[in-house]
Ligand binder design. Sequence first.
Ligand code: SAM
Ligand code: SF4
Length: 345
Amino acid sequence: MSEQTVHKSESEHGAPLADPFGRNVTYLRVSVTDRCDFRCFYCMSEHMTFLPKRELLTLEELDRLCSAFVARGVRKLRITGGEPLVRKNIMWLFRALSRHLESGALDELTLTTNGSQLARFAEELARYGVKRVNISLDTLDPARFQEITRWGHFDKVMTGIEAAERAGLTIKINTVALKGVNEDELEDIMRWAHGRGFDLTLIETMPLGEIDGDRVEQYLPLSIVRARLMERWTLVDIPYKTGGPARYVEVKETGGRLGFITPLTHNFCESCNRVRLTCTGQLYMCLGQEDIADLRAPLRASDDDGLLQAAIDEAISRKPKGHDFVIDRRTRRPALERHMSVTGG
Ligand code: SAM
Ligand code: SF4
């Protein structure tokens, strides 16, 4: 089959995906590649070994898999990576998935990106129904940006952000809070983001994958960041929800929204509605657990989605109640061997 054809099975709507704890799975994050044009030091080692290309699902297979989830009540798709916009012909997938927005089966098609390719793709993304985009940015200082991302170019990301604004996309900035790296800059980033009308979400580092540095050294609890911010800013808890795990406050002085994602210091599992698919078709039922279900074999075994749907049901029946992240302070090993770029966060 070519990427010009799209699978028909999504018209046969199945039962919603409910896990053993009564949570409905309505949010699928899909990593479309493990590759990236950056090498952020907290995410990857400089000399990463990537998957052989033949291991990857084709774009058509990714479309079929996403559509199988949409048929089962998934209302939100987030495309991520690695860097999703470096995957060859990725606009084909956005265009294909946009039919679910048009049919009303899907509420939102969105992506998380480092912004490096947005100057090229922002307009097309908007055309395919993408309304919001999460852009990761850990500093406003070009030299520091180079140090953090190793291979990234700050100006290119800024041009990408401007292109996204021009295309009418709503922008949320994601910033990983890093001890001794950008902790002195978090207020400036907030002022800058809110000044441009962007939400900002601060993320605590998660102990995923072998990197060159030391995770204990870079871990900065967001409880500390929040306490520091509260010395100078008025943070008011708000019930705002985007379907993700962030807890939001409104910053009275800026009028902007600030989110906190704190997987280590706060347990957000009770309201977890999401699962994660890797670019090889492995489904992670929980970001903080190793348990996976292989969806590639049932996908490839037949053109009919029967086997695939049965595998999805079986996987969701194994969704655990919660995660158990911990940075091991004795061995300083990551809690989980895989990198964030496998599941896209
Ligand atoms: N390349 C895209 C980007 O950077 O936005 C998408 C994939 S990236 C893995 C998704 C998010 O995960 C980014 O905001 C990144 O900063 C964050 N991230 C990567 N490794 C992390 C880690 N170990 N702990 C916490 N966040 C991490
Ligand atoms: Fe690439 Fe995103 Fe990881 Fe940075 S955080 S190395 S941009 S995948």
